[in-house]
Design a protein around this ligand. Structure first.
Ligand code: NAD
Length: 498
């Protein structure tokens, strides 16, 4: 699938954009019960894109009721896996046809560079749904070795009604990582996209319906997390909530579950990810990966390598190469396909990032790149790519997830110190390790406490590999791969005495 990134093609597609702004429940768009709306704002210029239905707990309750009824009807949950696959493959085909539109919706709504949306997010999102669709009729169930007078089957069943609460940084992609396996497994869904970025979720739900997904299987209720989140997560008829977002909201979800029906909660949370560069690393290879890791998606990325832990003997040489590499990352209008850096999601978040920059200066970090707001005249929330050298592990920017384009460079004097510093965090989502020594690569990849460790690269793996965190970066589950499929199912024993 190729999205045409010629400026003229982009402009023509922008001119044709139509926004779906209402809740999508039972296969239809409808206003929120209260009729209230809120403005979705373009982070690149501060202008209102559209007024979106501001759903309330009443809307969540209605969506859950419909999702439950649909689940119990068996129209999807008991459909033959091969037939579910056929519907999902049609969904994939229609997503491919509308890929430019979805890429643009995310670019405009989240301020993400269209280059990234068109070449990474949307192809990956579609591939994810495709991969899980194909898996639907390729999983075998088991019998246990219980003896000749019994047939003991171990089967997997769909869970039921699954709530999904999504972040704003990869709107369509994070939705696909959840709906792909959850739909393939036969569940009914109630999705709450991030308030800032609902447009792609609403359009994808509509496309799924066009593909033949039965009404009521995929419902989308846009609105405030603080209002809708508790309603969904405390609901007694929701079997599971899959969440991607901040660690603090993740904690709330566990409480909501404990205080209601002990629904399963899957948490994909924040990170303060290390990039470890040993003295023998190939610095020409490190530099582009390190820039990508630190600044891809403006650093608004849970797996962003925001701590560059580098052996002191190669630090200056690496920093020089790193800074040279950042010149290939122009900042500006996300709809210009040449730009690799767009605005931050909203003014309040930009201010948080600028405050971290001030704190880093006060705590003794040495600013060697950026450090300021930029392109103010656009009305967008742009912040320069920023690098602090001579950061120590106890400084605030070495500890807290900034979720912006701010890199902390932490010099170390030995391999052991590098690994100790890498693990000196409450998080454990992702890590990079750069070395030419294959033995060190093996040993240290095992020693780093993170869900994904990539050696001599920045990578989250691919669809065949699970993605999720250790420690406060995650809880109970994984996105992607067959592990994700399993977590949207219940394991059942059927004991048939002969
Ligand atoms: P957030 O936690 O503020 O919001 C995430 C979602 O939760 C949104 O839909 C929001 O409306 C909702 N929400 C807010 N308050 C809620 C509440 N009380 N109850 C239930 N839902 C509520 O996070 P964000 O700012 O949208 O996203 C950034 C965070 O997400 C970062 O910490 C980032 O690391 C993390 N993230 C993690 C992954 C991963 O796979 N591990 C991927 C992307 C982002």
């Amino acid at each position: 699938m190729n999205i045409n990134l010629e400026p003229k093609a982009i402009q023509a597609a922008v001119a044709k954009l139509k926004f779906r702004t209402k809740a999508f429940v039972d296969g239809k768009f409808a206003p929120s019960a209260s009729g209230k709306t809120y403005a979705s704002i373009n982070p690149a210029n501060g202008r209102v894109i559209a007024q979106i239905a501001a759903c309330e707990p009443e809307d969540v309750n209605r969506a859950v009721k419909i999702a439950r009824k649909t689940f119990e009807s068996g129209v999807w949950s008991r459909m033959k896996p091969a037939d579910r696959k056929t519907v999902l493959l049609k969904f994939v085909e229609l997503l491919e046809k509308n890929a430019m539109e979805i890429a643009l919706l995310d670019s405009i709504d989240a301020g993400k560079p269209i280059f990234d949306c068109a070449t990474i997010d949307i192809p990956d999102a579609i591939h994810c749904i495709h991969w899980h669709a194909e898996l639907a009729d390729k999983l075998y169930e088991r019998t246990s070795p219980s003896g000749p007078d019994v047939v003991s089957m171990i089967v997997r069943e769909p869970l039921g009604v699954v709530g999904m609460i999504l972040p704003w940084n990869f709107p369509a992609q994070m939705m696909a990582w959840k709906i792909g396996p959850a739909l393939a497994a036969g569940n009914s869904l109630v999705i709450k996209p991030a308030k800032q970025t609902s447009l792609s979720a609403l359009r994808m739900a509509e496309i799924a319906a066009e593909a033949g997904l039965p009404a009521g299987v995929m419902n989308v209720v846009p609105g405030s997390g603080a209002v809708l989140g508790p309603a969904l997560c405390r609901h007694m008829d929701v079997d599971m909530v899959a969440f991607t977002g901040s660690t603090s909201v993740g904690r709330d979800l566990l409480r909501y579950s404990a205080e209601s029906n002990l629904k399963r909660i899957i948490l994909e949370l924040g990170g303060k990810n290390p990039q470890v560069v040993l003295a023998d690393a190939d610095l020409d290879n490190v530099a582009p990966h390190a820039v990508n890791s630190a600044f891809w998606n403006m650093g608004e990325n849970c797996s962003s390598g925001s701590r560059l832990i580098v052996h002191r003997s190669v630090k200056d040489e690496l920093l020089e190469k790193f800074i040279r590499e950042t010149r290939k990352w122009p900042i500006g209008d996300p709809l210009n396909p040449k730009n690799r850096v767009g605005p931050l999601i909203e003014p309040s978040h930009m201010q948080t990032v600028l405050n971290y920059i001030e704190t880093a200066k006060q705590e003794g970090g040495k600013l060697v790149l950026g450090g300021k707001r930029t392109l103010q005249k656009t009305g967008g929330n742009f912040v320069e790519l920023t690098v602090f050298d001579e950061v120590t592990p106890s400084m605030t920017i070495a500890k807290q997830e900034i979720f912006g384009p701010v890199l902390a460079v932490i010099p170390v004097d030995s391999d052991e110190e590098a690994i100790a510093v890498a693990n000196d965090t409450n998080y454990g989502l992702a890590a990079s390790l750069h070395t030419r020594d294959i033995a060190k690569a093996h040993r240290f990849a095992r020693a780093i406490r993170a869900g994904v460790v990539s050696v001599n690269s920045f990578s989250e793996g691919d669809l065949t590999t699970p993605f999720g965190g250790f420690k406060e970066s995650g809880f109970f589950g994984r996105d992607k791969s067959s592990y994700a499929h399993e977590q949207y199912t219940e394991l059942k024993t059927v004991w048939l005495q002969l």
